[in-house]
Write a protein that binds this ligand. Structure first.
Ligand code: ATP
Ligand code: MG
Length: 571
């Protein structure tokens, strides 16, 4: 029986999977393990961030993958902070990571862990390795250790301290822990193989001395485990089954396996997948931190950042990011995903859910000459044609309106289906109007457009069957609310600002036009009560959400995404 057929048959116990979908390679491994009973049918995954920055869209891929595998196979998912480096880690990052992971819909239930909670256990494991003659205290400085590591063609040189006795090692290691030695003066190293073709196995450092306070353990420890020593132990202690991580850890796996085998403790299976790379942005935490610290952006949650908090503030939904992660798939090869794939995920989501509203970004006054001066009418407007259950709302209409400046042209080409002297257009949900003329200021800028309306076309259709080619949006001037609108473009001008073969600093490629602020947009009154986390489609313009800076007396909206094509045409 082929795997695909088996898959469809076993899909019955799995409510989270679309029927007939081909399994990716990690699902295939999990199903094989479930068949062979390798982990007693358990599936237990984790997301192990280091709390040294905010999470980005690449992390979202890892979170969605690990949490969805747990969900799909009725397993468990842990959130674990890999907080083994006291110097760069902060509580602010821990809190932001929790918020982002929860927002993405990954559920760790009560299983939130910190590597620092295992420091004593890790220390005991290290003592165990020393006793087995598999680890030694080395007095070489970190630089010397690096120099003696050898090259791909030459083996490394053994440390002069490699053959210390077990007793001496136990004594020195304890004294390292007790704070008797200064930073950098000693390390604990695994005794593996200085000639191994895999550099990670050339007696890697397990512990270094750092007299530095830790955000959770305070000054209790002055030796800290290296990532490569700690990581596999954390997975083992939590009895993780499938430890999913990115490809760069492939060459570290033999080391993790070696530690677990020497200690004879529970052994998870590490599986590597390709990391997410997106064009027009950078994804290294160090660079994102530099953008924040250097005020190139307004913060980690600047809506132009590829961070989860930035995307959320911009108006992305968890569903759109989950959908994006599903679409890009899981593979073993690194590639670059086009930013538009992410944008299309949010458009698809908001097209279904966002309420339609009218807003004018670059207002031009339109006066309906034959409309009664003091009259106001309420026009019935559909909230979302994709979802009839959303119903409709009333939009006030009066003699003086705002339309987009681009929706008027004095000398227009034949195919211009908007306002131009002598032409008739439909005002969305209102009337047909015919343009008469315009008024200009001394510089020749059009400041007013005069029109007449046809009272028989109320609601936007003509009883005589007369057709118009263009429909434009509008806002009643007397009822409009003012708002600041922030339009975002790509943060970088070039597709690969982070190209390692390019000597130019990535910051040189920042896009100076990535933020455009419109101070005085005119919106329909309904938007005055919009709350952050609500999403709207401004008809013909794009998707918008209130910013966290928005206040009742100063409304601020972020553009999440433009509509697929109309943006370029309009602006
Ligand atoms: P660094 O280790 O350089 O600080 P990092 O992005 O690897 O940065 P971690 O906190 O170690 O940060 O990442 C947590 C997890 O997220 C890791 O398991 C890592 O494999 C995964 N991850 C990080 N970047 C990406 C990415 N671009 N695509 C997919 N997964 C990623
Ligand atoms: Mg990492």
């Amino acid at each position: 029986m082929s795997k695909d057929i088996e898959k469809t048959e076993s899909a019955g116990d799995n409510e989270n999977r679309e029927e007939g979908r081909v399994l990716h390679f990690i699902e295939q491994i999990i199903e094989e393990d479930n068949r062979s009973g390798k982990f007693d049918q358990r599936v237990h995954t984790r997301f192990p961030p280091e709390p040294n920055g905010y999470l980005h869209i690449g992390h979202a891929k890892a979170i969605c993958l690990s949490s969805s595998m747990a969900k799909e196979y009725h397993g468990q998912f842990n959130l674990r902070f890999d907080d083994t480096n006291p110097v760069k880690e902060e509580t602010e990052y821990v809190e932001s990571i929790k918020e982002d992971v929860r927002w993405l819909g990954a559920d760790w239930e009560d299983r939130i862990f910190f590597a620092s909670d295992y420091f004593q256990q890790m220390y005991d494991y290290a003592v165990d390795l020393i006793k087995k003659g598999k680890a030694y205290v080395c007095d070489l400085a970190p630089d010397q250790i690096r120099e003696m590591r050898g090259t791909p063609t030459e083996p490394g040189k053994p440390s002069p301290w490699r053959d210390r006795s077990v007793d001496e090692n136990l004594d020195l290691f304890e004294r390292m822990k007790n704070g008797e030695f200064p930073d950098g003066s000693k390390t604990l190293r695994a005794k593996i193989d200085m000639g191994s073709p895999n550099f990670n196995l050339r007696d890697p450092i397990m512990y270094r001395i750092l007299h530095s306070d830790h955000h959770r353990t305070g000054n209790k420890w002055c030796i800290y485990p290296m990532y490569d020593w700690a990581h596999g132990l954390e997975d083992s202690i939590e009895r993780i089954t499938h430890s999913l991580c990115t490809l760069e850890f492939e060459h570290h796996r033999p080391l993790y396996d070696w530690f677990l085998d020497q200690l004879g403790i529970y052994h998870p299976q590490q599986i590597e997948f390709a990391r997410l790379n997106l064009n027009y942005t950078v994804m290294s935490k160090r660079k994102l931190l530099e953008l924040v610290k250097g005020n190139y952006v307004s913060g980690w949650d600047d809506p132009r950042m590829p961070t989860i908090s930035g995307l959320r503030r911009r108006g992305y939904t968890p569903e759109s990011i989950q959908d994006f992660c599903r679409k890009i798939g899981i593979a073993k090869f690194n590639g670059i995903i086009d930013f538009t794939v992410l944008e299309n995920s949010i458009r698809d989501d908001l097209n279904k859910t966002a309420g339609r509203r009218m807003g004018v970004l670059h207002p031009l006054k339109v006066i309906i000459d034959n409309y009664p001066d003091d009259q106001t009418e309420e026009m019935e407007a559909t909230n979302n044609p994709e979802n009839p259950a959303d119903g409709s709302r009333k939009v006030p209409f009066s003699k003086v309106l705002y339309v987009e400046q681009d929706d008027f042209m004095e000398d227009a080409p034949k195919k211009y289906y908007r306002l131009s002297p002598g032409r008739e257009v439909r005002l969305r949900y209102a009337y047909y109007i015919t343009c008469l003329n315009c008024v200009k200021d001394e510089q020749g800028n059009v400041v007013e457009v005069h029109c007449t309306y046809d009272p028989a076309t109320r609601g936007g259709s003509s009883p005589d069957g007369r057709k118009v080619s263009g429909t434009i949006h509008w806002v009643s001037a007397a009822h409009a609310i003012n708002a600041e609108v922030r339009l975002y473009d790509r943060l970088f001008k070039v597709p690969n600002p982070d190209d390692p073969s390019d000597p130019v600093d990535y910051k040189e490629y920042l896009n100076p036009e990535s933020l455009q602020i419109i101070e005085n947009a005119k919106l329909e009154p309904e938007l005055g009560s919009a709350k952050p986390s609500e999403h709207f489609q401004f008809e013909r313009i794009g998707y918008f959400t209130p910013d966290k800076d928005s206040k009742p007396d100063h409304l601020v909206f972020n553009r999440t995404a433009s509509l697929r094509d109309s943006w370029k045409k309009m602006m």
